[in-house]
Design a binder for this molecule. Structure first.
Ligand SMILES: Cc1cc2nc3c(=O)[nH]c(=O)nc-3n(C[C@H](O)[C@H](O)[C@H](O)COP(=O)(O)OP(=O)(O)OC[C@H]3O[C@@H](n4cnc5c(N)ncnc54)[C@H](O)[C@@H]3O)c2cc1C
Length: 391
Protein backbone atom coordinates (compact mmCIF):
# COMPACT_ATOMS: atom_id res chain seq x y z
CA UNK A 1 0.00 0.00 0.00
CA UNK A 2 1.32 3.45 -0.98
CA UNK A 3 2.46 5.64 1.90
CA UNK A 4 0.42 8.84 1.49
CA UNK A 5 1.07 10.14 5.01
CA UNK A 6 0.20 13.78 5.64
CA UNK A 7 1.35 15.26 8.91
CA UNK A 8 -1.34 16.82 11.12
CA UNK A 9 -0.41 20.27 12.48
CA UNK A 10 -3.65 21.58 13.99
CA UNK A 11 -2.08 24.31 16.12
CA UNK A 12 0.50 25.42 13.54
CA UNK A 13 3.41 24.15 15.58
CA UNK A 14 5.51 24.17 12.42
CA UNK A 15 5.71 27.94 12.79
CA UNK A 16 7.70 27.36 16.00
CA UNK A 17 10.32 25.35 14.11
CA UNK A 18 13.41 26.66 12.34
CA UNK A 19 14.24 26.20 8.67
CA UNK A 20 16.82 23.59 9.70
CA UNK A 21 14.22 21.65 11.72
CA UNK A 22 11.85 21.57 8.76
CA UNK A 23 14.59 20.41 6.38
CA UNK A 24 15.74 17.62 8.70
CA UNK A 25 12.18 16.45 9.19
CA UNK A 26 11.41 16.50 5.49
CA UNK A 27 14.53 14.51 4.63
CA UNK A 28 13.67 11.88 7.24
CA UNK A 29 10.04 11.77 6.13
CA UNK A 30 11.00 11.31 2.48
CA UNK A 31 13.44 8.56 3.43
CA UNK A 32 10.82 6.72 5.51
CA UNK A 33 8.30 6.88 2.65
CA UNK A 34 10.81 5.65 0.08
CA UNK A 35 12.84 3.07 2.02
CA UNK A 36 10.94 2.03 5.15
CA UNK A 37 7.23 1.90 4.32
CA UNK A 38 7.58 -0.48 1.34
CA UNK A 39 9.33 -3.20 3.38
CA UNK A 40 8.56 -2.72 7.08
CA UNK A 41 5.32 -4.68 7.27
CA UNK A 42 6.97 -7.69 5.67
CA UNK A 43 9.91 -7.39 8.11
CA UNK A 44 7.51 -7.30 11.06
CA UNK A 45 5.53 -10.28 9.76
CA UNK A 46 8.76 -12.26 9.33
CA UNK A 47 10.34 -10.95 12.56
CA UNK A 48 13.33 -9.66 10.60
CA UNK A 49 15.43 -6.64 11.52
CA UNK A 50 16.07 -4.68 8.28
CA UNK A 51 19.81 -4.18 8.71
CA UNK A 52 19.92 -2.84 5.16
CA UNK A 53 18.27 0.34 6.53
CA UNK A 54 21.13 1.15 8.94
CA UNK A 55 23.12 3.19 6.41
CA UNK A 56 19.95 5.15 5.56
CA UNK A 57 19.30 5.83 9.25
CA UNK A 58 22.85 7.15 9.48
CA UNK A 59 22.42 9.30 6.36
CA UNK A 60 19.33 11.10 7.73
CA UNK A 61 21.29 11.84 10.92
CA UNK A 62 19.49 9.38 13.18
CA UNK A 63 22.72 7.94 14.65
CA UNK A 64 23.90 10.61 17.08
CA UNK A 65 21.69 13.57 16.14
CA UNK A 66 22.78 15.42 19.29
CA UNK A 67 26.44 14.31 19.21
CA UNK A 68 28.88 17.02 18.02
CA UNK A 69 29.97 16.91 14.38
CA UNK A 70 33.65 16.55 15.39
CA UNK A 71 32.77 13.00 16.49
CA UNK A 72 30.63 12.29 13.42
CA UNK A 73 27.26 13.22 14.97
CA UNK A 74 24.73 15.54 13.34
CA UNK A 75 25.21 18.31 15.95
CA UNK A 76 21.48 19.07 16.08
CA UNK A 77 19.57 20.72 18.90
CA UNK A 78 17.05 18.79 21.00
CA UNK A 79 14.09 19.65 18.76
CA UNK A 80 15.93 18.43 15.66
CA UNK A 81 16.68 15.19 17.49
CA UNK A 82 13.04 14.87 18.54
CA UNK A 83 11.73 15.46 15.03
CA UNK A 84 14.01 12.74 13.66
CA UNK A 85 12.71 10.25 16.23
CA UNK A 86 9.13 11.25 15.39
CA UNK A 87 9.60 10.62 11.68
CA UNK A 88 11.37 7.30 12.16
CA UNK A 89 8.75 6.02 14.60
CA UNK A 90 6.09 7.14 12.13
CA UNK A 91 7.64 4.36 10.05
CA UNK A 92 8.13 1.85 12.87
CA UNK A 93 8.87 1.92 16.61
CA UNK A 94 11.44 -0.85 16.15
CA UNK A 95 13.56 1.23 13.81
CA UNK A 96 13.27 4.17 16.16
CA UNK A 97 14.38 1.87 18.97
CA UNK A 98 17.54 1.04 17.04
CA UNK A 99 18.19 4.74 16.46
CA UNK A 100 17.47 5.62 20.12
CA UNK A 101 19.77 2.90 21.43
CA UNK A 102 22.59 3.81 19.05
CA UNK A 103 22.28 7.55 19.76
CA UNK A 104 21.23 7.98 23.38
CA UNK A 105 22.32 4.74 25.00
CA UNK A 106 25.60 3.98 23.22
CA UNK A 107 26.98 7.18 21.63
CA UNK A 108 25.74 9.47 24.41
CA UNK A 109 27.48 7.65 27.32
CA UNK A 110 30.71 7.33 25.31
CA UNK A 111 30.52 11.05 24.50
CA UNK A 112 29.57 12.15 28.04
CA UNK A 113 31.49 9.68 30.20
CA UNK A 114 34.16 8.32 27.85
CA UNK A 115 37.87 9.13 27.49
CA UNK A 116 39.06 11.05 24.43
CA UNK A 117 40.56 7.81 23.06
CA UNK A 118 37.19 6.00 23.47
CA UNK A 119 35.35 8.85 21.73
CA UNK A 120 37.80 8.83 18.79
CA UNK A 121 37.72 5.05 18.52
CA UNK A 122 33.96 4.46 18.62
CA UNK A 123 31.85 7.56 17.92
CA UNK A 124 32.63 8.22 14.22
CA UNK A 125 32.00 4.56 13.33
CA UNK A 126 28.79 4.46 15.36
CA UNK A 127 27.60 7.61 13.56
CA UNK A 128 27.94 5.98 10.14
CA UNK A 129 26.49 2.66 11.26
CA UNK A 130 29.80 0.90 10.52
CA UNK A 131 29.58 -0.17 14.16
CA UNK A 132 26.23 -0.91 15.78
CA UNK A 133 25.75 -0.78 19.55
CA UNK A 134 23.46 -1.95 22.34
CA UNK A 135 22.91 -0.95 25.98
CA UNK A 136 22.80 -3.51 28.76
CA UNK A 137 21.11 -2.39 31.94
CA UNK A 138 18.07 -4.68 32.50
CA UNK A 139 18.71 -8.11 34.05
CA UNK A 140 16.44 -11.16 34.39
CA UNK A 141 15.75 -10.27 38.05
CA UNK A 142 16.18 -6.49 37.89
CA UNK A 143 13.98 -4.53 35.49
CA UNK A 144 12.38 -1.48 37.08
CA UNK A 145 14.99 -1.67 39.84
CA UNK A 146 18.34 -1.75 37.99
CA UNK A 147 20.23 -0.40 41.02
CA UNK A 148 20.14 -3.90 42.53
CA UNK A 149 21.84 -5.45 39.48
CA UNK A 150 24.13 -8.43 40.07
CA UNK A 151 26.32 -8.27 36.93
CA UNK A 152 29.79 -7.51 38.31
CA UNK A 153 33.48 -7.27 37.53
CA UNK A 154 36.71 -7.95 39.40
CA UNK A 155 40.09 -6.27 39.05
CA UNK A 156 42.68 -8.45 37.33
CA UNK A 157 45.63 -6.14 36.60
CA UNK A 158 45.38 -4.42 33.22
CA UNK A 159 41.87 -5.81 32.70
CA UNK A 160 38.73 -6.75 34.64
CA UNK A 161 36.78 -10.02 34.64
CA UNK A 162 33.08 -9.51 33.89
CA UNK A 163 30.33 -11.97 34.89
CA UNK A 164 26.54 -11.80 34.74
CA UNK A 165 23.60 -11.54 32.35
CA UNK A 166 21.45 -8.85 30.80
CA UNK A 167 18.04 -9.44 29.25
CA UNK A 168 15.66 -7.68 26.85
CA UNK A 169 18.47 -5.86 25.08
CA UNK A 170 17.55 -4.12 21.81
CA UNK A 171 20.10 -4.61 18.99
CA UNK A 172 21.92 -7.29 21.05
CA UNK A 173 21.88 -10.05 18.40
CA UNK A 174 23.85 -7.97 15.87
CA UNK A 175 25.61 -5.31 17.97
CA UNK A 176 29.36 -4.91 17.51
CA UNK A 177 29.74 -3.17 20.87
CA UNK A 178 27.72 -3.18 24.08
CA UNK A 179 27.72 -0.47 26.74
CA UNK A 180 27.22 -2.65 29.82
CA UNK A 181 26.45 -1.49 33.35
CA UNK A 182 28.02 -3.62 36.08
CA UNK A 183 29.20 -3.35 39.68
CA UNK A 184 32.83 -3.32 40.81
CA UNK A 185 34.04 -5.09 43.95
CA UNK A 186 32.87 -2.17 46.07
CA UNK A 187 29.35 -2.39 44.58
CA UNK A 188 29.73 0.80 42.50
CA UNK A 189 28.09 0.80 39.04
CA UNK A 190 30.36 1.49 36.05
CA UNK A 191 29.87 1.47 32.29
CA UNK A 192 32.06 -0.91 30.27
CA UNK A 193 32.43 -1.13 26.50
CA UNK A 194 32.28 -4.82 25.64
CA UNK A 195 33.19 -5.86 22.08
CA UNK A 196 31.53 -8.72 20.25
CA UNK A 197 34.66 -10.81 19.80
CA UNK A 198 35.65 -10.82 23.49
CA UNK A 199 35.88 -14.40 24.74
CA UNK A 200 33.03 -15.49 27.00
CA UNK A 201 30.59 -12.91 25.60
CA UNK A 202 27.44 -14.16 23.79
CA UNK A 203 24.15 -12.59 22.65
CA UNK A 204 21.34 -15.14 22.16
CA UNK A 205 18.29 -13.73 20.40
CA UNK A 206 14.88 -13.49 22.10
CA UNK A 207 12.21 -15.03 19.85
CA UNK A 208 8.40 -15.18 19.75
CA UNK A 209 7.73 -11.49 20.39
CA UNK A 210 4.37 -10.07 19.30
CA UNK A 211 5.79 -6.55 19.58
CA UNK A 212 8.73 -4.75 17.93
CA UNK A 213 8.98 -7.65 15.54
CA UNK A 214 11.15 -5.67 13.11
CA UNK A 215 13.64 -5.02 15.93
CA UNK A 216 16.13 -7.62 17.18
CA UNK A 217 16.11 -8.22 20.96
CA UNK A 218 18.42 -10.49 22.91
CA UNK A 219 20.40 -11.33 26.00
CA UNK A 220 23.96 -10.40 26.90
CA UNK A 221 25.78 -13.21 28.68
CA UNK A 222 29.18 -12.68 30.29
CA UNK A 223 31.22 -15.67 31.44
CA UNK A 224 34.60 -14.52 32.74
CA UNK A 225 34.90 -11.93 29.97
CA UNK A 226 38.28 -10.17 30.02
CA UNK A 227 37.56 -6.49 29.45
CA UNK A 228 40.62 -4.18 29.16
CA UNK A 229 40.55 -1.40 31.77
CA UNK A 230 40.80 1.13 28.94
CA UNK A 231 37.22 0.06 28.02
CA UNK A 232 35.74 1.33 31.30
CA UNK A 233 33.99 4.70 30.92
CA UNK A 234 36.10 6.89 33.24
CA UNK A 235 34.13 10.10 33.71
CA UNK A 236 31.02 9.00 35.61
CA UNK A 237 29.95 6.08 37.79
CA UNK A 238 26.93 5.19 39.92
CA UNK A 239 23.32 4.60 38.87
CA UNK A 240 23.07 8.26 37.82
CA UNK A 241 25.20 7.50 34.75
CA UNK A 242 22.80 5.04 33.05
CA UNK A 243 19.85 7.14 34.25
CA UNK A 244 21.26 10.15 32.36
CA UNK A 245 21.35 8.01 29.21
CA UNK A 246 17.75 6.97 29.83
CA UNK A 247 16.71 10.63 30.16
CA UNK A 248 18.14 11.27 26.72
CA UNK A 249 16.43 8.22 25.19
CA UNK A 250 13.10 8.87 26.93
CA UNK A 251 13.15 12.40 25.58
CA UNK A 252 13.37 10.94 22.06
CA UNK A 253 10.57 8.47 22.79
CA UNK A 254 8.27 11.32 23.86
CA UNK A 255 8.63 12.62 20.29
CA UNK A 256 8.75 9.22 18.62
CA UNK A 257 5.39 8.14 20.02
CA UNK A 258 3.79 11.16 18.35
CA UNK A 259 4.99 9.76 15.03
CA UNK A 260 3.25 6.43 15.59
CA UNK A 261 0.08 8.23 16.73
CA UNK A 262 0.10 10.57 13.72
CA UNK A 263 0.41 7.64 11.35
CA UNK A 264 -2.58 5.89 12.97
CA UNK A 265 -4.67 9.08 12.93
CA UNK A 266 -3.81 9.91 9.32
CA UNK A 267 -4.64 6.36 8.21
CA UNK A 268 -7.96 6.36 10.10
CA UNK A 269 -8.97 9.80 8.78
CA UNK A 270 -8.24 8.80 5.19
CA UNK A 271 -10.06 5.47 5.55
CA UNK A 272 -13.10 7.08 7.21
CA UNK A 273 -13.46 9.50 4.28
CA UNK A 274 -13.35 6.69 1.75
CA UNK A 275 -15.31 3.91 3.45
CA UNK A 276 -19.02 4.07 2.58
CA UNK A 277 -21.60 2.41 4.83
CA UNK A 278 -25.33 3.20 4.93
CA UNK A 279 -24.79 5.30 1.74
CA UNK A 280 -22.35 7.77 3.29
CA UNK A 281 -18.69 7.92 4.36
CA UNK A 282 -18.25 6.67 7.92
CA UNK A 283 -16.42 10.01 8.50
CA UNK A 284 -19.87 11.65 8.30
CA UNK A 285 -21.09 9.73 11.35
CA UNK A 286 -20.91 11.31 14.79
CA UNK A 287 -19.33 8.28 16.43
CA UNK A 288 -16.35 8.15 14.03
CA UNK A 289 -15.98 11.94 14.20
CA UNK A 290 -15.76 11.69 17.98
CA UNK A 291 -12.88 9.22 17.65
CA UNK A 292 -11.05 11.33 15.07
CA UNK A 293 -11.64 14.63 16.90
CA UNK A 294 -10.33 13.19 20.15
CA UNK A 295 -7.29 11.77 18.37
CA UNK A 296 -6.26 15.11 16.85
CA UNK A 297 -6.84 16.83 20.19
CA UNK A 298 -4.54 14.39 22.00
CA UNK A 299 -1.90 14.54 19.25
CA UNK A 300 -1.91 18.34 19.41
CA UNK A 301 -1.48 18.31 23.21
CA UNK A 302 1.39 15.83 22.87
CA UNK A 303 3.06 17.93 20.17
CA UNK A 304 2.94 20.99 22.43
CA UNK A 305 4.32 19.03 25.37
CA UNK A 306 7.19 17.69 23.26
CA UNK A 307 7.98 21.07 21.74
CA UNK A 308 8.10 22.79 25.15
CA UNK A 309 10.22 19.97 26.55
CA UNK A 310 12.57 20.46 23.59
CA UNK A 311 12.93 24.17 24.39
CA UNK A 312 13.70 23.33 28.02
CA UNK A 313 16.19 20.68 26.90
CA UNK A 314 17.92 23.18 24.62
CA UNK A 315 18.19 25.58 27.56
CA UNK A 316 19.62 22.78 29.75
CA UNK A 317 16.58 23.12 32.02
CA UNK A 318 14.60 19.91 31.35
CA UNK A 319 14.37 17.75 34.48
CA UNK A 320 14.17 13.96 34.71
CA UNK A 321 10.63 14.30 36.05
CA UNK A 322 9.56 16.50 33.15
CA UNK A 323 10.98 13.98 30.68
CA UNK A 324 9.16 11.17 32.52
CA UNK A 325 5.87 13.03 32.26
CA UNK A 326 6.25 13.54 28.51
CA UNK A 327 7.34 9.93 27.85
CA UNK A 328 4.46 8.57 29.90
CA UNK A 329 1.81 10.85 28.49
CA UNK A 330 2.82 10.64 24.86
CA UNK A 331 3.23 6.87 24.75
CA UNK A 332 -0.11 6.30 26.51
CA UNK A 333 -1.67 8.76 24.06
CA UNK A 334 -0.25 6.78 21.12
CA UNK A 335 -1.45 3.45 22.57
CA UNK A 336 -4.99 4.83 22.97
CA UNK A 337 -5.01 6.33 19.47
CA UNK A 338 -3.76 3.11 17.87
CA UNK A 339 -6.64 1.20 19.48
CA UNK A 340 -9.26 3.74 18.40
CA UNK A 341 -7.81 4.04 14.89
CA UNK A 342 -7.86 0.28 14.46
CA UNK A 343 -11.57 0.26 15.21
CA UNK A 344 -12.24 2.95 12.60
CA UNK A 345 -10.89 0.53 10.00
CA UNK A 346 -13.14 -2.32 11.09
CA UNK A 347 -11.86 -5.70 9.92
CA UNK A 348 -9.28 -4.09 7.63
CA UNK A 349 -7.66 -2.69 10.75
CA UNK A 350 -6.37 -6.08 11.81
CA UNK A 351 -4.50 -6.72 8.56
CA UNK A 352 -0.99 -5.85 7.48
CA UNK A 353 -2.45 -3.81 4.63
CA UNK A 354 -2.41 -0.90 7.07
CA UNK A 355 0.21 0.09 9.65
CA UNK A 356 -2.11 0.52 12.64
CA UNK A 357 -2.01 -2.97 14.16
CA UNK A 358 1.79 -3.05 13.86
CA UNK A 359 2.03 0.31 15.65
CA UNK A 360 -0.42 -0.93 18.29
CA UNK A 361 1.66 -4.01 19.04
CA UNK A 362 4.95 -2.08 18.94
CA UNK A 363 3.65 0.48 21.42
CA UNK A 364 3.13 -2.27 24.02
CA UNK A 365 6.93 -2.45 24.25
CA UNK A 366 7.37 1.30 24.11
CA UNK A 367 5.02 1.76 27.08
CA UNK A 368 7.09 -0.82 29.02
CA UNK A 369 10.72 -0.09 28.15
CA UNK A 370 12.82 2.88 29.28
CA UNK A 371 10.74 2.94 32.46
CA UNK A 372 7.23 1.52 32.55
CA UNK A 373 4.06 3.62 32.53
CA UNK A 374 3.76 2.99 36.30
CA UNK A 375 7.37 3.86 37.06
CA UNK A 376 7.08 7.22 35.29
CA UNK A 377 3.99 7.98 37.34
CA UNK A 378 6.00 7.23 40.51
CA UNK A 379 8.75 9.59 39.31
CA UNK A 380 6.19 12.38 38.89
CA UNK A 381 4.62 11.45 42.24
CA UNK A 382 7.97 11.63 43.99
CA UNK A 383 8.77 14.95 42.32
CA UNK A 384 5.56 16.66 43.41
CA UNK A 385 5.22 15.15 46.90
CA UNK A 386 8.82 14.60 47.96
CA UNK A 387 7.95 11.01 48.97
CA UNK A 388 9.61 8.00 47.35
CA UNK A 389 6.89 5.37 46.76
CA UNK A 390 9.16 2.85 44.97
CA UNK A 391 10.08 0.80 48.05
C1 LIG B 1 11.28 -5.02 23.33
C2 LIG B 1 12.05 -4.54 24.52
C3 LIG B 1 13.30 -3.95 24.35
C4 LIG B 1 14.06 -3.55 25.46
N1 LIG B 1 15.31 -3.00 25.27
C5 LIG B 1 16.13 -2.78 26.34
C6 LIG B 1 17.49 -2.38 26.16
O1 LIG B 1 17.94 -2.14 25.03
N2 LIG B 1 18.29 -2.26 27.25
C7 LIG B 1 17.84 -2.50 28.51
O2 LIG B 1 18.63 -2.39 29.46
N3 LIG B 1 16.54 -2.87 28.72
C8 LIG B 1 15.68 -3.02 27.67
N4 LIG B 1 14.36 -3.42 27.86
C9 LIG B 1 13.92 -3.74 29.21
C10 LIG B 1 12.94 -2.73 29.80
O3 LIG B 1 13.56 -1.51 30.07
C11 LIG B 1 12.30 -3.39 31.03
O4 LIG B 1 11.41 -4.40 30.53
C12 LIG B 1 11.54 -2.40 31.89
O5 LIG B 1 12.44 -1.57 32.57
C13 LIG B 1 10.62 -3.11 32.93
O6 LIG B 1 11.30 -4.11 33.59
P1 LIG B 1 10.62 -5.57 33.70
O7 LIG B 1 10.16 -5.98 32.36
O8 LIG B 1 11.57 -6.43 34.43
O9 LIG B 1 9.33 -5.33 34.58
P2 LIG B 1 9.23 -5.30 36.18
O10 LIG B 1 10.23 -4.34 36.73
O11 LIG B 1 9.24 -6.69 36.69
O12 LIG B 1 7.78 -4.69 36.38
C14 LIG B 1 6.59 -5.46 36.22
C15 LIG B 1 5.40 -4.56 36.56
O13 LIG B 1 5.50 -4.11 37.92
C16 LIG B 1 5.45 -2.69 37.97
N5 LIG B 1 6.28 -2.21 39.07
C17 LIG B 1 7.61 -2.41 39.25
N6 LIG B 1 8.03 -1.80 40.36
C18 LIG B 1 6.95 -1.17 40.90
C19 LIG B 1 6.74 -0.34 42.04
N7 LIG B 1 7.73 -0.01 42.88
N8 LIG B 1 5.48 0.10 42.27
C20 LIG B 1 4.47 -0.20 41.44
N9 LIG B 1 4.60 -0.97 40.35
C21 LIG B 1 5.83 -1.43 40.07
C22 LIG B 1 5.92 -2.23 36.61
O14 LIG B 1 5.41 -0.95 36.29
C23 LIG B 1 5.35 -3.31 35.68
O15 LIG B 1 4.02 -3.00 35.39
C24 LIG B 1 13.55 -3.75 26.77
C25 LIG B 1 12.27 -4.30 26.92
C26 LIG B 1 11.52 -4.68 25.83
C27 LIG B 1 10.16 -5.28 26.03
Amino acid sequence: MKDSFTSPDYYKIDSLLTEEHLLIRQAARDWVKKEVSPIIEDCAQKARFPSELCSGLASVGAFGPHIPTEYGGAGLDAIGYGLLMQEIERGDSGLRSTASVQSSLVMYPIWKFGSEAQKQKYLPKLATGELMGCFGLTEPDHGSNPGDMTTHFKDAGDHVILNGAKMWISNAPFADVAVVWAKNEQGRIHGLIVERDMEGFSTPETHNKWSLRASATGELLFQNVKVPKENILPEKSGLGAPLMCLDSARYGIAWGAIGAAMDCYDTALRYAQERIQFDKPIAATQLQQKKLAEMITEITKAQLLAWRLGVLQNEGEATTAQISMAKRNNVAMAVAIAREARQVLGAMGITGEYSIMRHMMNLESVITYEGTHDIHLLITGMDITGHNAFR
